[in-house]
Write a protein that binds this ligand. Structure first.
Ligand SMILES: [Zn+2]
Length: 272
């Protein structure tokens, strides 16, 4: 939800179109600079939570963060930026921060994943304990990390699987990365694989988007629910999956203003 009018108004706008969970940027997604949390914004957010009953709020970090950047200075800048985000969210009592974590560039993958794990451990160490960092599955576009479940598992493993390091699964991204979910059988197979490789209880947030681009294309282009290459069946499976009853399922489809209301209605119509 857009936060132009503040975090409270994002929650109220979400409630107005039928949201029971919302995702926000607490600072500009394409800028390094951010302002710290303010008491005034917190008060407004708390009021909006009370008014709407929406308590499930997730934050997405800036797209610029690359914790395994080949240049140490950029990696450090990324770490500081994500640390500020986690601290800001702790102040706002936003329990989950989603991050794309970074890109391999020309680096050895194992080295890069180790760098990310080190950064993640430092982040958890230097931020309040009531905020969880969720690494997002990516489409693998460019050289983004975490397009394979094994990469997420490797980072978790290096970190000794801490409680506060978890996963956000994006349906568009995993599909573009080659994980099929278009039928009940492929949906089940993909989530079984997730469970086997990572563990389903690490899945704390779901981004629910159809994909403009085909299976395995490694191109990240979100589409309205049911209008893309994934199709409705996957989303029917998702919204009826008993494993995700309390998991925030967030849409990041195009045209936020009108599109979100439509897409939420479509998702709700699929609930049995
Ligand atoms: Zn996403």
């Amino acid at each position: 939800m857009p936060t132009g009018g503040g975090l409270g108004s994002a929650v109220r706008a979400g409630a107005a179109i039928g949201c029971t969970a919302i995702q926000v940027f607490t600072s500009s997604p394409r800028m390094w600079k951010s302002s710290p949390a303010s008491a005034e914004k917190k008060t407004d957010l708390d009021a909006a939570r009370k008014e709407t009953g929406i308590s499930s709020i997730v934050s997405h970090d800036t797209y610029l963060v690359n914790l395994c950047h080949a240049e140490a200075e950029m990696a450090q800048k990324s770490l500081v930026t994500l640390r500020d985000e986690l601290i800001r969210c702790a102040t706002y009592e936003i329990p989950f921060v989603v991050s794309h974590m970074g890109s391999f560039g020309a680096q050895d993958h194992e080295v890069a994943l180790k760098k990310i794990a080190q950064a993640a451990l430092q982040l958890l160490d230097e931020t309040p304990s009531h905020v969880t960092l969720c690494m997002e599955t990516t489409a693998g576009q460019g050289s983004s990390v975490n397009s394979r479940f094994e990469e997420l598992a490797t980072i978790l493993d290096h970190c000794k699987n801490p409680e506060r390091l978890a996963v956000c699964l994006d349906t568009c991204h995993i599909f573009a990365a080659g994980y099929d979910i278009r039928t009940e059988a492929t949906y089940e197979a993909t989530f079984s694989e997730f469970d086997r490789v990572i563990g389903i209880k690490k899945l704390k947030v779901i981004h629910c988007n159809d994909s403009k681009k085909p299976l395995g294309s490694r191109v990240d282009r979100h589409e309205d629910i049911g209008k893309g290459q994934i199709g409705l069946e996957a989303f029917r499976c998702l919204v009826n999956d008993p494993r995700f009853v309390t998991t925030p399922i967030l849409i990041e489809t195009p045209e936020a203003e009108e599109g979100h209301a439509k897409n939420i209605a479509v998702l709700k119509s699929l609930i049995r």
